[in-house]
Ligand binder design. Structure first.
Ligand SMILES: Nc1ncnc2c1ncn2[C@@H]1O[C@H](COP(=O)(O)OP(=O)(O)O)[C@@H](O)[C@H]1O
Ligand SMILES: [Mg+2]
Length: 331
């Protein structure tokens, strides 16, 4: 099993859209068993994969969500031993349903991080909560985390437990800045976490996880030609000067996100692909709860949009293949 965080602390860069389609593509075309964990308290992945009635039923009393795993922790009751994901037949993947209440754990995780990095075992155990969760996911080939747009403590805990992260980014100057911030945060977190681990005599035994080491590697980035920004009149607008920014991206990525685990990766390997503006295909996919590459006339696709569906199928296909190859080549 390999765990992959889809991460950028910038919002609206297409993380959730990419994640749902990439996960579905790996499942349907590469025959992989895929679990998505919705670790964004905004629950957009959950909403993309299931219709509104089903989502409402998820939150009826007693439903198992990502918070069901986290909640016992906040009561000092240890980790959940079970995982009850939901099956999305349209996407061919399982989902650990998101939960707005997950947001309540930001503070708890922040406090426990401070204590954990000072060598407190209980603080480190809480910090490793997603590692415990991942130990329940061994039957899967891939586990993807959808994440909110922040450098907060939930996202830190996710990244600390994952094998890889991939980064969708829009082509504007703020995305380049975001990459630098991600890099700075990762470096600081890694150092502080290591200090916490070093203070413990037997980390495996005391933290009760198979591999508590920091092992996060960069799996590549996806550029988005679309940016979810709005003009003053409320209309979404594409970002200007794509090409100028695009030329700077490989260097910024290499300077900031590569570490010793992937020393030989070329620019073309790291750049998993570029997703064009998909216009009405994105809302059609959202309303029919189907992957974009499987949309058809019965979902409302008309005219020239059929060729856009085929084009997207090829693009997401290349992204899947490159990602698989990067993950295989990394260790
Ligand atoms: N390639 C695309 N073309 C057009 N719209 C897109 C594209 N990718 C995402 N969107 C839209 O942009 C918005 C943000 O995308 P989303 O995947 O939710 O980003 P994030 O998870 O990074 O916040 C959504 O409204 C989505 O429908
Ligand atoms: Mg999202």
């Amino acid at each position: 099993m390999k765990s992959i965080a889809v991460f950028n602390n910038k919002g609206g860069v297409g993380k959730t859209t990419l994640l749902c389609n990439l996960a579905a593509h790996l499942a349907s075309r590469h025959n992989k068993k895929v679990l998505v964990i919705d670790a964004d308290p905004q629950c957009n992945a959950t909403q993309s994969l299931f219709d509104d009635e089903t989502v409402e039923a998820f939150y009826s009393r007693g439903k198992f969500t990502v918070y069901s795993v986290v909640q016992p922790l906040s009561r000092g009751k240890g980790f959940s031993k079970v995982l009850r994901p939901e099956r999305s037949s349209n996407f061919g993947i399982d989902l650990l349903v998101g939960d707005p209440e997950l947001g309540l754990t930001e503070d708890l995780l922040a406090t426990d991080w401070v204590q954990g990095t000072a060598g407190d075992v209980r603080g480190l155990r809480t910090t490793l909560l997603f590692s415990h969760l991942l130990e329940l996911c061994e039957e899967y080939d891939f586990v993807f985390f959808d994440m909110g747009p922040s450098l907060g403590s939930i996202n830190r805990a996710v990244l600390l437990s994952c094998d890889y992260f991939i980064t969708p980014m829009s082509l504007d100057i703020f995305s380049l800045k975001a990459i630098e911030n991600i890099s700075k945060s990762l470096r600081t977190w890694k150092l502080r976490y290591q200090r916490g681990l070093d203070a413990i005599v037997d980390p495996k035994e005391e933290l009760e996880v198979g591999d508590p080491r920091w092992r996060l590697s960069f799996g590549g980035y996806v550029t988005q030609q679309y940016t979810f920004k709005r003009d003053s009149d409320g209309q979404p607008r594409p970002v200007k000067a794509f090409e100028r920014i695009m030329r700077r991206v490989p260097e910024v990525i290499k300077e900031n996100l590569l570490d010793e685990s992937m020393p030989d990766m070329a620019d073309e390997d790291l750049h998993l692909g570029s997703i064009p503006t998909l216009h009405s295909l994105v809302p059609l996919s959202q309303s029919s709860r189907k992957p974009i590459f499987e949309l058809s006339g019965s979902d409302g696709v008309v005219g020239a949009h059929f060729s856009k569906v085929r084009e997207f199928d090829q693009i997401i296909g290349k992204i899947s293949t490159k990602l698989l190859s990067n993950l295989e080549g990394s260790r």
